[in-house]
Design a protein around this ligand. Structure first.
Ligand SMILES: [Zn+2]
Length: 151
């Protein structure tokens, strides 16, 4: 089960597990964290260790489908790369549905769901070969290379 730790708009801790998003419900004695699904009326809960990376207990099932679109938007904001997209002026292209640049950017954001060791290979093979010939994209690709590959 993959866990992605992010932040909410307000800087609170948030967690994405199996494409469901959770926010901190409360911190429990023994330094465990109780998380609740962010969907309205959903009773699904997770309990993790204090780092939020080890699931100790899972309670209740979700009463809804995963919200990949929402998570995608959320990750775009939360990832360092998301801020970079905005900075180099690519956020408009990211939102366009059918442009090559948009597809490329969205593909790149799939790497948010991969483990760090998997990122470099996949990234190099699939994306660096097809960087759109567009200045902001090249700048963004350089940034990602520095962030994920030349670590
Ligand atoms: Zn839920």
């Amino acid at each position: 089960m993959d866990i992605i730790l992010t932040e909410t708009n307000k800087g609170k801790r948030s967690l994405v597990c199996d494409s469901f998003r959770y926010r901190v419900d409360k911190t429990l004695k023994g330094e465990e964290i109780s998380w609740r699904c962010t969907a309205k009326g959903c009773k699904a809960r997770l309990r993790t260790d204090c780092t939020g990376t080890v699931i100790i207990q899972q309670k209740n099932t979700h009463n809804h489908d995963t919200s990949d679109r929402d998570n995608e938007r959320h990750l775009l904001r939360a990832k360092p790369g998301g801020r970079k997209i905005q900075k180099v002026g690519l956020s408009q292209q990211y939102k366009e549905l059918d442009s090559d640049i948009s597809k490329w950017l969205k593909g790149i954001f799939g790497i948010a769901f991969l483990a760090p060791d998997e990122v470099a290979d996949c990234f190099v093979e699939d994306f660096m070969a097809v960087v759109p010939n567009d200045k902001p994209c090249i700048e963004f690709a350089d940034y990602l290379t520095d962030t994920y590959i030349n670590r």
